[in-house]
Ligand binder design. Structure first.
Ligand code: ADP
Ligand code: MG
Length: 387
């Protein structure tokens, strides 16, 4: 059964009637630009063909109920008491903070909501680096925006999703995932300035170039809201403060020698990753425009080296995925997403996808790692109404 049918069916099971509509939003793969978002910098993600669907209908009261094929039981709350709902401490209900957090953030933004029932189903793998969290936020935000007549544009809805994730879920993420999910376009990446939220669609032309993006999910679980992610953010803020700039976005590679003299080695290497990564995003956009997807491989691989050596957010499984893909002929490869697990991507010849996937699997087996899950992705549409 498709995820859309599963959402529709779950809604009927939950309420005994048909939904008023079905909305969906995709996950995302970040082509390049990692940890640059919360430094006011540049990112270049694209939307996945995998999507999360929300079948939604209005109620006659002021309550909101959310159900997911992912969860045993629906979770219910009064619209006026959502404020008190977060953080959700019962582990089996924790997922509900995403859709309930979106409703809460929309109400805070001035939407006047009536009660709703929301049924969710998805084919975005969870915790695999594809941002299933942005997908559930985007689907819910699109649905409620329309049903509640809030009239927010896509960029504003991305901010609603981010607010839900930051404040209701408690994960200190940037805006990239939600923007990619809301504004993605088929066969294009989204070139996003995370300071101005100005977004441009950059054609990828993967199929015309005979290329594919292979996602290699290492199956090593990552946890954004803990440890390393917060530490990296703190280092970036410290580096910007030492350099006297509002954000690391305001530095260029020409500032790096001065930075080196002003801060400890770890902070400097964190700063160097962000500054060079911003430049690599700009270089990738130019290469795509001028020469096409075939020209970006080395930039992807350089991004990985910077995350491995300077930002120190890779893990052995990600390094093995990248190196074995390159050894098997990939044009470029890098870990993608927040790091400490999750997925890598490799830019490969279309007809070499199975061979590269096999080579990566063999390298994982030789290293004693659990088998990875590799699959090719094209770029899909952003959030939309489906029915
Ligand atoms: P990811 O990298 O996939 O975004 P996150 O930890 O940020 O990983 O978000 C995953 C969480 O989002 C899940 O643990 C769950 O709480 C919630 N989630 C994602 N998709 C769904 C879904 N279809 N139904 C219910 N909850 C979901
Ligand atoms: Mg996420």
């Amino acid at each position: 059964m498709s995820a859309q049918d599963a959402a529709t069916r779950l809604f009927r099971e939950l309420t005994g009637r048909d939904a008023d509509g079905v909305w969906s939003a995709p996950g995302r793969v970040n082509l390049i630009g990692e940890h640059t978002d919360y430094n006011d910098g540049f990112v270049l993600p694209f939307a996945t063909p995998h999507r999360t669907y929300a079948a939604v209908g209005m109620r006659d009261d002021e309550r909101i109920r959310v159900a997911s094929t992912f969860a045993e039981e629906p979770v219910e709350a009064g619209l006026s008491e959502l404020e008190l709902t977060f953080p959700i401490s019962a582990e089996q209900d924790a997922w509900a903070a995403y859709p309930l957090g979106v409703a809460w953030a929309l109400l805070l933004a001035g939407a006047s909501g009536r009660g709703v029932d929301i049924a969710i189903a998805s084919d975005v793998p969870v915790g695999a680096g594809l941002s299933s969290s942005a997908a559930i936020e985007g689907a819910t935000a699109s649905a409620l925006n329309e049903l509640w007549g809030a009239g927010l544009d896509r960029t504003a809805l991305a901010s609603i999703g981010r607010r839900a994730e930051n404040e209701a879920v408690g994960a200190p993420t940037g805006i990239m995932d939600q923007m990619a999910s809301m504004l993605g376009e088929a066969d294009a990446a989204l070139f996003l300035d995370c300071r101005s939220l100005e977004a441009q669609s950059i054609p990828l032309g993967m199929a015309e170039a005979g290329l594919a993006v292979l996602v290699i999910d290492t199956r090593v679980a990552h946890a954004h809201s803990t440890g390393g992610y917060r530490e990296r953010r703190a280092s970036c803020e410290k580096g910007a403060a030492i350099m006297g700039v509002p954000a690391l976005r305001d530095l260029s590679t020409a500032d790096l020698p001065r930075a080196d003299g002003l801060m400890d080695d770890i902070t400097f290497r964190r700063v160097r990753h962000i500054v060079t990564e911003n430049q690599r995003v700009l270089d990738t956009v130019r290469a795509l425009r001028e020469h096409g997807a075939r020209a970006i491989g080395d930039l992807l691989t350089a991004s990985h080296a910077s995350m491995r050596d300077d930002f120190e957010i890779s893990v052995p499984e990600l390094d093995t995925a990248v190196q074995s893909a390159l050894d098997a002929g990939a044009l470029g490869a890098r870990m993608t997403g927040g790091g400490f697990g999750g997925a890598a991507i490799a830019l490969v010849e279309q007809d070499a996808v199975p061979a590269v996937a096999d080579a990566v699997a063999a390298a994982f087996a030789a290293a004693g790692f659990a088998a990875p899950n590799a699959f090719a992705v094209s770029s899909g549409d952003g959030a939309r109404r489906d029915g």
